[in-house]
Write a protein that binds this ligand. Sequence first.
Ligand SMILES: NC(=O)c1ccc[n+]([C@@H]2O[C@H](COP(=O)([O-])OP(=O)(O)OC[C@H]3O[C@@H](n4cnc5c(N)ncnc54)[C@H](OP(=O)(O)O)[C@@H]3O)[C@@H](O)[C@H]2O)c1
Length: 208
Amino acid sequence: MNIAVIGAGNMGAGLARLFASSGHQVVIGARQPEKAAALAAEIGSQVQGGGIAAAVKLADIVVLALPYGAAAEALKEAGDLSGKVVVDISNPLKPDFSGLVIGHTTSAAEEIQALVGKAVVVKAFNTVFAQLLPREARAARPLQVFVAADDAAAKAKVTELAASAGFEPVDAGPLGNARYLEPIGMMNIAFGYFLGRGPTVAPAWASF
Ligand SMILES: NC(=O)c1ccc[n+]([C@@H]2O[C@H](COP(=O)([O-])OP(=O)(O)OC[C@H]3O[C@@H](n4cnc5c(N)ncnc54)[C@H](OP(=O)(O)O)[C@@H]3O)[C@@H](O)[C@H]2O)c1
């Protein structure tokens, strides 16, 4: 798959490295193109890096590895997104991590869908800490990725992408279920950082 990872922070770097090592063509886009280029050079394996619009142009799947509050500005820079799959991985946190800035009647994913017009948004990866992106960090057991989307083909693509990177994708229903996935991401942060479990915890859905 041709994947643009927008953002070169913890998640952007981790996902770019993971997807490249899983056999995908990866291009990193950042507001500071030199940062993306340096990260791409560090990862190697033919990863490219530069500006946001240039990265988006080369990709079918665009992963927004940005704070939710930065999505609108970055999407303005992104250019034409028609026909692309946009993956929203965000937990729309308050700046002091005390909660979420939106929820109940909407979600970050739905708000991003409203911004991207003819692109299709898929919610995924928001419950996976950056520390668990490397395959070796999750070798002990399968790690679930909840995938929510309204478009079946887009959901299938992101499901395939997650599986190719060694995750256990879980169909989480329509995009509106991001209203529930985002609070689960927040609870995971609470377990990881405020309740003493550390950032290698992750939620899992099980049948008994
Ligand atoms: N970290 C985790 O474990 C984790 C887990 C699940 C989901 N998430 C979600 O993943 C997303 C990224 O988190 P992160 O931990 O990777 O954050 P991060 O390390 O702080 O990186 C954020 C990236 O966003 C870029 N950025 C910020 N404002 C921007 C703007 N206005 N326009 C363009 N780029 C902008 C930053 O660029 P500069 O370098 O130029 O500042 C940086 O590359 C968040 O939505 C978060 O909720 C994180």
